[in-house]
Design a protein around this ligand. Sequence first.
Ligand code: UD1
Ligand code: CA
Length: 423
Amino acid sequence: MIIDNEEIFVTTIIMAAGKGTRMKSNKSKLVHKIYDKELVKRVAEVAEKVGSDEIITVVGHLREQVEAVLGNSVKYAYQEELLGTGHAVMQATKFLEGKKGKAIILYGDVPILRPETLKNLLSKSIKNKEYATLLTAIYENPTGYGRIIRDEGGNIKAIVEEKDANMFEKEIKEINSGIYCFDIEELLYALKKLTPNNVQGEYYLTDVIKIMNDKGLKTGAVIVEDNTEILGVNDRTQLELLTRVLRMRINAYHMSNGVTIEDSNSTYIHDDVKIGVDTVIHPNTTIKGGVVIGNNCEIGPNAYIRENCMIGNNVKVGNFVEIKKTKVGDRTKLPHFIYFGDTEIGEDCNVGCGTITCNYDGKEKHQTKIGNRVFIGSNVNLVAPVILGDDVLIAAGSTITEDVPSGKMGIARERQINKDRKK
Ligand code: UD1
Ligand code: CA
């Protein structure tokens, strides 16, 4: 990849061999999802977004589940026994032999790291010619984490694990996130020197720092600005916490772009959604990944906008409206209680309360196409496949099974009769 005008080979190693016992799950922790996307997939995407030339995932426990999610977008190394983070990286070295460049280390269960943060780590590592650059954080309560040991000049000396730390080291509030950028050749050298001579009897990747320093190689660190980025998932409570953090981050992003969100706590906007300025999102709204919404729309409350929807400008998608694989033209109103699936509706339409597309026949999904300036009365069933032309009017209560040409009115219901009441 090219970084700061320099061509450099970057490989990313994702540690994904852990057990995740505390999830109390039959599934690998790494395939649990935040906003429809597996934790390990999120991590692999960060590695891709940063521009990695190669991604190596170290799998172990329930490897087949992780491999099913990542497919052949990454290479796999296998760690049979969990003998520590250093041991995990050793399993990937067969891919690194003979290569020059940088190796980034990520955890498969640390899923909401921002690619910008990683890019910054990589950039600093190259600019400062560091052989190891650590991502660290300042924690008020650092218990459980590896502590960063610096000398009087502030240079990184080593990382000491909680279990190996003395009482002075335990006072240190700068912790190791576990995310690093290494020089590949020197990493390979240091890995060969690792020993499990510590309280836990593990091969610590963290010992690489001391080995490099002893060799006189320059190391450094970047302190993460937003501590939530390095949060990991060990149990369901943390899974919920990270979902919440991501939700707030995404919502803040849209608000900073000119979208009004009435209640961030109940607004679930998934990844890669585009929303135009002055659109207002009312509470209890879910918008799935990749959806595009124009300017000045009104969405919700209680709207569910699912995958592959494209919504134009000045559109209303009101309460209890669910749409999926649906394109909505400018100024069209779907005010309440509507289900549209596999539908294309044009501009300046108004759809009555209770209107649904019957898009599924039990085997296949079918398309509904609706033109411009169409008025659909309340409680209409549109049995797909069906096409309504421009300027069509559909009478309330109709079940439409046949196309309606432009300019026509479709009415498909029993005529009312009024009978005498029985006495
Ligand atoms: C590690 C760091 C510690 C840091 C902390 C941040 C070491 C020795 N310590 O702690 O300094 O503060 O992360 O969370 O590196 N894994 C494997 N194979 C193994 C061991 C671990 O794949 O053999 C994976 C785990 O699934 C997990 C990650 O590596 O995703 C970190 O392992 P974990 O045991 O949580 O970290 P610690 O060793 O406690
Ligand atoms: Ca841990």
